[in-house]
Design a protein around this ligand. Structure first.
Ligand code: NDP
Length: 251
C-alpha cells in the first residue's frame, strides 16, 4: 500500500482561521506532511509566529492577513497563494466564530457576524479558490461544520444554523465539482479545546459551555487536524465526504 503522506507532499494548502485552534494545528500538520501552506486570518502577529515556527521546522509557509468577511481580501488571499506557490490544491475553511446566546437575548449583530464569517466566509473563499483548485491535479475543499448541527442544544440555534448552511453548501458543491476531480470534505467536530468559547457574549451561556467543556476530555486541535490530514492524504479517487469526530466522553 502506498504511503498516504505522499499525496500531501509538494501540494499547496490555503488555511483560513490559521491564527489559532484547529486552523493553526492544521497548518502545522499539513506543513509537516510536506505541503506548502498559506495562512489566513486577521491577527497578523499570530500568523507570523506560526509562519516562523513552520519554517524553523523545515516547512514552507506564507502569512496572508485576511478578513473573510471582505470579498476583495478573499480574492487577494487566493491570488497571493497562487502567485507565491504556483498552484492551489486544498482550501481548508476553518475561520469561524461562535457567538452563542438564547434567541430572546441575542444581538442581531452577532447573528450577522456569524453568518458573515462562518457561512459567507466559507462560501466566498470557496468561490474564489475554485478556478485554481480546478486547474490542479485534483483540488480539495474542506469545510468546518460542527456536531452542533445534529443536536443543537439551547442557545446554539444561530451558530448551528450557520454550520448547517455550511453543510448544505458543501454537499451541493460536491455534486458540482466532482467531474473536475475536485473533492469536498465536510468535517463535523465535537467539543475541541480552542479559543472559540472565549468570545461567547452571553455570560450565562458562556458559563454553561465552560462547565460542559470541563466535564469531559475534549478533543485537541491536533486531533481535528489529524482528521483533515487523513482526508487530504487520500489518493485522488477516494473522497472522504464527511467526518464526525467527537470526544469519547461526549457519548
Ligand atoms: P478559534 O477561535 O481558535 O479559531 C477561529 C479562527 O477563525 C481564528 O483563527 C480567527 O482568527 C478566525 N477568524 C474569526 N473571524 C475571522 C474573520 N472575520 N476573518 C478571518 N478569520 C477569522 O476556534 P476553533 O479553532 O475551534 O474554530 C475553527 C473552526 O472549527 C470554526 O469554524 C469553528 O466553528 C469550528 N468548530 C469548532 C469546534 C470547537 O469545539 N472548538 C467544534 C466544531 C466546529 P482571527 O481572529 O485572527 O481573524
Amino acid at each position: 500500500m502506498e504511503d498516504s503522506i505522499d499525496y500531501l507532499d509538494g501540494t499547496v494548502a490555503l488555511v483560513t482561521g490559521a491564527s489559532s485552534g484547529i486552523g493553526a494545528a492544521t497548518a502545522r500538520t499539513l506543513a509537516a506532511a510536506g505541503a506548502s501552506v498559506a495562512l489566513a486570518a486577521r491577527r497578523t502577529d499570530r500568523l507570523y509566529v506560526l509562519e516562523e515556527r513552520i519554517e524553523s521546522d523545515g516547512g514552507e509557509a506564507l502569512s496572508i492577513p485576511t478578513d473573510v468577511t471582505d470579498e476583495a481580501a478573499i480574492e487577494e488571499m487566493v491570488e497571493k497563494t497562487t502567485a507565491t506557490f504556483g498552484r492551489l490544491d486544498a482550501l481548508v475553511n476553518s475561520a469561524g466564530v461562535m457567538l452563542l446566546a438564547p434567541v430572546a437575548r441575542a444581538d442581531p449583530n452577532d447573528w450577522r457576524r456569524m453568518v458573515g464569517v462562518n457561512l459567507l466566509g466559507t462560501m466566498n473563499a470557496t468561490r474564489a479558490a475554485l478556478p485554481a483548485l480546478r486547474e490542479g491535479d485534483g483540488g480539495h475543499v474542506v469545510a468546518l461544520s460542527s456536531d452542533a448541527t445534529k443536536d443543537p442544544g439551547a442557545s446554539f440555534g444561530a451558530y448551528a444554523a450557520t454550520k448547517a448552511g455550511v453543510a448544505a453548501f458543501s454537499e451541493s458543491l460536491r455534486a458540482e465539482v466532482a467531474d473536475d476531480g475536485v473533492r469536498v470534505t465536510l468535517l463535523e467536530p465535537g467539543a475541541t479545546d480552542t479559543e472559540l468559547p472565549e468570545h461567547v457574549p452571553d455570560e450565562e451561556t458562556k458559563a454553561d459551555v465552560e462547565a460542559l467543556v470541563e466535564s469531559m476530555r475534549t478533543l485537541e486541535s491536533e486531533d481535528v487536524a489529524a482528521a483533515i490530514r487523513y482526508a487530504l492524504a487520500q489518493p485522488p479517487h477516494v473522497n472522504v465526504e464527511e467526518l464526525v469526530v467527537r470526544p469519547t466522553d461526549a457519548g
